[in-house]
Write a protein that binds this ligand. Structure first.
Ligand code: AMP
Ligand code: MG
Length: 479
């Protein structure tokens, strides 16, 4: 038996989401291309990113201070001879700049740990903290050190910024000492070579969508260009006799086409490339022609025309094209009439059995394509896109499937609602730091696009709740 249920009908939110996820797991991304690293933001890696050397490539100091042998500090305060200094970028040549018994080497964050050292003591925990360093003079530990009676040493300032470095990356300082006020454990305050990754280790998986942190990883291994998947082309088709394009002057009973634009933005945000096909009237022939055009993209998104009205023709026309429906509604509000299915053109346009390249979409399309019929109310369109269309676009973009995660926040004012449907209600998340609180957006129904734009999330209410009190924790779908 197929794992993928194909029974159309109205299903629960979770069933609908699972069905999309199951189908999304069967699709393949398009070709690969090389792009410059910064241009790869939001793109999906078609190659794994490997460590080109050990990370860190040397035992790296994590603090400014002194490289020491932890055993020398079994009893503190302890006085150590300072035999040199290593700053970031220096290489402490073993034998020339090493830490022996009773010795220390001044070290800066990011510098390699000299041979013989097995820990770093923070400068704040030494007498050098009482030197002239502007940051340290106000450090809480310094005050503590002062009460312990430690002062700067007569032999001169042993702080981190007064010493030059020779070619070997380690100054010889002669007879200078530092007082260490706290003991350290072996391994403290430095990162051993290869602790983050060994050379050849996989750092980022193929299928990972690159954010700024992923870009940092690619940069750290020297990738100025990366291989990514082509963005899937997603056809966006609005429907409705009342809907007009932005450059038209709307008649008294007409509204402008906002859904094609919000959807294009959401498609782009999800890693796809939107192909806007304009507006299909509520008329069978023209709708059919535009659906056929849309099926030449990697995915087709329709908006409007999926409700129970006499002129809601989308399902009917898709049915004529022998579409397979996986659901024709979900127990959610807004967005209940949402439709999901698979459809291919009956008659191939080319003699070889493929489809002719379409002038507008720029692609030929030999396979069946998934489609979503999203209800036309602007909020329904936006919510159902996030809940159902997004994972399909991510899969077509080559991205490893992402789970839908709701976060939680405290409700600011009570909500009363009818039971029976899972609600995704536009809301405003506010507060500061750990004190996030959320309340429903005030609006005049699901056509109130401006109120929707002022919201920044959706409160998710389970179907069995009819009253949620102020102060309760509620789930949120972030926008
Ligand atoms: P429908 O789903 O076709 O019944 O449409 C539901 C509501 O959404 C109606 O008020 C439509 O006018 C409105 N609507 C449909 N398509 C669009 C669109 N492309 N842009 C803005 N509003 C729309
Ligand atoms: Mg309509």
């Amino acid at each position: 038996m197929s794992l993928i249920a194909s029974t159309a009908g109205i299903v629960s939110f979770e069933q609908a989401r699972r069905r999309v996820e199951q189908h999304a797991a069967t699709v393949s991304p398009g070709e690969v291309e090389m792009v410059d690293l910064v241009a790869a933001l939001g793109r999906v890696l078609a190659e794994g990113i490997l460590a080109d050397r050990d990370f860190p490539p040397f035992a790296r100091a994590a603090r400014d201070g002194y490289a020491v042998r932890a055993a020398d500090l079994a009893e503190v305060p302890a006085r150590l001879e300072v035999v040199g200094e290593v700053k970031a970028g220096d290489w402490p040549e073993p034998g020339v700049c090493s830490v022996g018994l009773g010795q220390a080497v001044g070290i800066m964050t990011g510098a390699p740990l000299p041979a013989g050292a097995d820990a770093v003591v923070m400068v704040e925990h030494t007498s050098a903290a009482l030197s002239s360093h502007p940051k340290l003079s106000s450090h809480p530990n310094v005050a503590q050190n002062a009460t312990l009676g430690w002062g700067t040493l007569g032999s001169g300032t042993l702080g981190c910024d007064t010493l030059g470095c020779d070619a070997l990356g380690c100054d010889t300082l002669g007879e200078k000492f530092v007082e260490i006020l706290r003991s350290v454990r072996v391994g403290e305050n430095f990162v051993p070579r290869g602790a983050e990754a060994l050379a050849g280790q996989l750092l980022l998986d193929r299928g990972r969508r690159l954010d700024h942190a992923g870009i940092a990883v690619a940069a750290s291994v020297g990738k100025s260009r990366v291989q990514v998947f082509r963005r899937p082309r997603v056809a966006v088709l609005s429907t409705g006799d009342e809907v007009v394009e932005l450059d038209a002057t709307p008649g008294p009973a007409q509204i402008r086409n906002s859904n094609s634009y919000s959807l294009a933005a959401q498609v782009q945000n999800a890693g796809g490339e939107a192909v806007r096909l304009g507006i299909a009237p509520d008329e069978r022939g023209r709708l059919l022609a535009l659906i056929e055009e849309g099926l030449q993209c990697d995915l087709l998104l329709l908006t409007g025309g999926v409700s129970m009205g006499k002129y809601d023709l989308v399902e009917q026309v898709l049915g004529e094209l022998k579409a397979e429906f996986y659901f024709t509604g979900a127990e959610i509000q807004p967005g209940r009439p949402v439709v999901f299915g698979l459809c291919g053109l009956e008659t191939p346009v080319c003699a070889d059995g493929g489809f002719a390249a379409n002038t507008r979409t720029g692609v030929s399309a030999p396979h069946k394509k998934y489609f979503f019929g999203l209800p036309g109310n602007p909020v329904s369109t936006m919510v159902t896109f996030e809940l159902f269309a997004r994972p399909m676009i991510e899969a077509l973009a080559g991205q490893t499937p992402q789970r839908l995660i709701f976060v939680r926040a405290r409700l600011k004012s009570e909500i009363r609602i009818k039971t029976g449907l899972k609600r995704f209600l536009p809301a405003v998340l506010s507060g500061e730091f750990e004190n996030a609180e959320v309340e429903l957006a005030r609006w005049q129904g699901s056509g109130d696009i401006a109120a929707l734009a002022r919201a920044n999330c959706y409160v998710v209410i389970p179907p069995d709740r009819e009253r949620i009190e102020a102060g309760e924790w509620v789930s949120l779908l972030m926008r």
